[in-house]
Design a protein around this ligand. Structure first.
Ligand SMILES: *Cc1c(COP(=O)(O)O)cnc(C)c1O
Length: 230
């Protein structure tokens, strides 16, 4: 590990933290109300720990196997969220260890989370992932289908839906962020829901996402540098 990669993470962390704080204040919000998640895919544990030393208090994992191979090397005590595409047969590895699952987009997955959480005697917090751009290639449910899915999940006693997550299409304006904020506010009004977290914003758009109501930004490459998948 080169010393300068750690210094890079430190510099990036401070810059992003300041940008988050500025975006929050500019929009009449408190900096401490916006969660700054470090997205760790492909990143060496040593650099993840450097981010934790800087002040990161939340990690985001995309792949069950990669997380399992790295988690023992992470500094302990930092909550981990799951943000990647999730197959039902992998749910059992997450329950009891993952704070929040961001990427639930179908009833069958929620049912499996419910079953596994019941076994552990816990209630698992989840977010529903919305495909706000209507892209064929992306997971997430269509905005129109959201109320129906909420209704189907409501009877599951060991899962708790506490918000929405989205990965908007690459776009030079803020139309998808706006649409997602509107959907989040509308969903909040549905009786019986507990919409507290809008998980929105990545390296390229986290400041704009905060402007449109994000409570949690998921930052990878802006913090750790470009990913190397090899
Ligand atoms: C990789 C990833 C991120 C972070 O992406 P960057 O553009 O590198 O910040 C955020 N959310 C999800 C779901 C991801 O898979």
């Amino acid at each position: 590990m080169r010393m300068d990669s750690k210094q890079q993470v430190r510099d990036n962390y401070l810059r992003i933290r300041d940008t988050i704080a500025e975006a929050a204040v500019r929009n009449g919000r408190k900096p401490e109300d916006i969660a700054f998640m470090a997205v760790t895919k492909t990143v060496a544990p040593e650099l993840v720990n450097e981010a934790i030393d800087c002040g990161i208090t939340l990690l985001g994992e995309n792949r069950v196997q990669e997380w399992q191979s790295k988690k023992d090397a992470y500094r302990s005590g930092v909550p981990v969220d799951f943000i990647g595409t999730l197959q039902s047969n992998k749910v059992k590895y997450l329950i009891g260890e993952i704070r929040l699952i961001h990427s639930v987009d179908r009833l069958s997955l929620a049912q499996e989370i419910d079953r596994q959480a019941q076994k552990h005697g816990i209630v698992q917090d989840i977010l529903l992932e919305v495909n706000i751009g209507g892209e064929d290639s992306k997971s997430g449910i269509a905005p129109d289908a959201l109320p129906g899915l909420l209704k189907e999940i409501a009877p599951l006693s060991s899962v708790h839906v506490c918000g929405l997550m989205t990965i908007p299409p690459p776009c030079s304006d803020t139309r998808y962020l706006e649409a997602m904020q509107e959907l989040f506010l509308k969903t909040k009004e549905i009786p019986g829901t507990d919409m507290r977290i809008l998980s929105m914003g990545m390296s390229d758009d986290y400041a704009d996402a905060i402007r449109f109501g994000s409570d949690l930004v998921r930052v990878g490459s802006a913090l750790f540098g470009a990913r190397n998948y090899h």
